[in-house]
Write a protein that binds this ligand. Structure first.
Ligand code: ZN
Length: 119
């Protein structure tokens, strides 16, 4: 068999995107994903913030590589599990009070690589 007989697969349309079924030359999925997903190193960081906060402050979770909707769903689950309030801002999950120990225990169970950052 000669190397010259190897053919590169191609069609007029090229590859079809499995997500939107458009030719990949027309597909916007990759661009959308890039835009939606925060740039992270794959490590989720948990930190406390008490400055300028009342009482026990808040616990911040940053670096979760999820689109906003999924991040909000995750934040909701975490709030329910902690029995506390919280919000999602600019890709960061904020939970009321000190939830560091809970998050360091819980997030790895969901498959995240978690580190404690700051104090
Ligand atoms: Zn697509």
């Amino acid at each position: 068999m000669s190397k010259n007989q190897r053919r590169v697969y191609s069609t007029d349309q090229g590859k079809i995107c499995p997500d939107c079924n458009q030719a990949q030359s027309l597909c916007q999925c990759a661009a959308l994903k890039k835009k939606e997903l925060p740039q992270t190193d794959g490590v989720v960081r948990v930190s406390r913030q008490t400055k300028g906060r009342k009482g026990k402050g808040v616990t911040l979770v940053t670096g979760i590589p999820l689109p906003e909707l999924e991040l909000k769903a995750l934040a909701k689950r975490l709030r329910n599990q902690c029995g506390t309030g919280g919000t999602v801002k600019d890709g960061t999950v904020e939970l009321q009070g000190d939830q560091c120990d809970f998050l360091l225990r819980e997030l790895p169970k969901q498959g995240w690589v978690v580190k404690r950052s700051g104090g």
